[in-house]
Design a protein around this ligand. Structure first.
Ligand SMILES: Cc1cc2nc3c(=O)[nH]c(=O)nc-3n(C[C@H](O)[C@H](O)[C@H](O)COP(=O)(O)OP(=O)(O)OC[C@H]3O[C@@H](n4cnc5c(N)ncnc54)[C@H](O)[C@@H]3O)c2cc1C
Length: 388
């Protein structure tokens, strides 16, 4: 067992950290507060090949292993979690197309998604259904060689920049169980009837847009049914959420690590009662817990990533990583705010952003309570009942 990163991973970590320090940190506070879209940062992420992380080399991608993938998300999220969100939805959708698309779909879409010339996202959630995806209302009805799609999706990250956008639909609304009638369609966002109807206001996760998308009689060629067979959409989407959980867990580790680093620095600078506040045991207890929990979250995330890398389904492990790391991020951002006193509440420092960004990681890619049920199912499937 080796708990150290190898040289390749260390080099990647150093190069992403350098990019983050050079291009994201100096602008994060102002751009996040003003709502400015991070166009220039995206351009550099394209140059670095980060839009191709989950795309095989034969289609122009970088085919990162999932520990490398995790490192990228942690490093970026230390400086601005929203930027990692732009890559997160894109990478997840690319992974789904690469694993479940037909050869023609892969050849058509992946090369331009790998370079970032085109970008994507994933449209599952609806105003009436989030955790319960089998309850979605969006319908796709075959009409000749096209599906006609009607419905509304919400909270869609990258909605204004995604093309194609994989959209979860019901191709057979009467199927039982419902998932047998669900499919993913790769929807061209330039199609008539595809409208990004509004941007949703939100607490944090600023940078990427979160939008409602309305689909009214949108005609999608049947050749853009992901994988070419109806009824597999929910399973295709859920398999992608597994790497989505690694990305969210890694973002949470980044937020927690930054909250800790800033608390360590500030506690040595700030004096009270004639000494640095770092000398008070009450502050030291917080620092010790934050450091312990952040390291545990990182190791759990890399462990889950390395299991998922072997190609086995790792819902339980990735679920554990996302659950634990997001709770650590919530706690660490609050503890760092306490250590910073009134300055932690100020918009002139970064702690308030970490505090606003942390809760999303407990919601996205499955709420933490839903993940608890996923983990329990995995555990129970492994355990045999014992008789007394
Ligand atoms: C900033 C942001 C970005 C997002 N980006 C995307 C995106 O790009 N694409 C996309 O498709 N979606 C996206 N989402 C949506 C996100 O995936 C959903 O919000 C999430 O899955 C939860 O669904 P919900 O909000 O409908 O909550 P609900 O499903 O309504 O859940 C409400 C509460 O009930 C609990 N609950 C529900 N069912 C159960 C159960 N069986 N057992 C126990 N508790 C339960 C939940 O844990 C939660 O506490 C985004 C959300 C946010 C906030």
């Amino acid at each position: 067992m080796d708990f150290e990163l190898d040289e390749t991973h260390k080099d990647l970590q150093a190069s992403i950290r350098a990019f983050v320090n050079r291009e994201i940190r100096p602008v994060a506070r102002d751009w996040e507060h003003s709502g400015r879209y991070p166009t220039e940062i995206i351009a550099t992420m394209r140059d670095l090949g980060l839009f191709g992380m989950t795309i095989p080399e034969e289609f122009g991608g970088q085919a990162y292993d999932l520990v490398a993938f995790s490192i990228v998300f942690e490093e970026i999220s230390r400086a601005w979690m929203g930027i990692a969100g732009i890559l997160g939805s894109h990478s997840l959708a690319c992974w789904i197309i690469a694993h479940h698309g037909t050869e023609a779909q892969k050849r058509t879409y992946l090369p331009r998604l790998a370079t970032g010339e085109r970008r994507t996202g994933i449209a599952l959630t609806e105003p009436g259904a989030g955790s319960d995806l089998q309850g979605i209302g969006t319908r796709a009805v075959l009409d000749g060689d096209h599906y006609v799609v009607n419905g509304t999706k919400t909270w869609i990250t990258n909605a204004r920049h995604a093309n194609p956008l994989p959209v979860l639909v019901k191709t057979d609304a009467g199927a039982s169980p419902p998932h047998r009638g669900m499919s993913l369609l790769l929807v061209d966002s330039d199609s008539d009837g595809f409208v990004v109807s509004r941007d949703l206001g939100k607490l944090g996760y600023k940078g990427p847009e979160s939008c409602e998308v309305s689909l009214q009689d949108v005609r999608v060629p049947a050749t853009d049914l992901l994988g070419g067979v109806e009824g597999r959409g929910l399973q295709q989407a859920l398999s992608g959420l597994e790497i989505g959980r690694i990305n969210v867990a890694s973002r949470a580790v980044g937020v927690a690590a930054e909250a800790l680093e800033q608390a360590l620095a500030y506690s040595q600078l700030r004096h009270a009662f004639g000494q640095p506040i770092s000398q008070f045991q009450a502050i030291q207890l917080k620092l010790a817990d934050m450091a312990t929990e952040t390291n545990a979250a990182r190791l759990l995330t890399w462990w889950a990533a390395s299991i998922a890398d072997t190609g086995v389904r790792a819902d339980t492990q990735t679920g554990m990583a996302k659950l634990f790391a997001s709770e650590v991020a919530l706690k660490a951002s609050l503890e760092s705010m306490r250590i910073h006193g009134s300055y932690g509440y100020s918009t002139e420092l970064d702690i308030e952003r970490l505090y606003r960004d942390a809760p999303l990681m407990a919601i996205g890619e499955g709420t933490n309570d839903i993940l608890r049920t996923v983990i329990a199912k995995g555990l129970l499937a492994q355990a045999s009942p014992k008789t007394a």
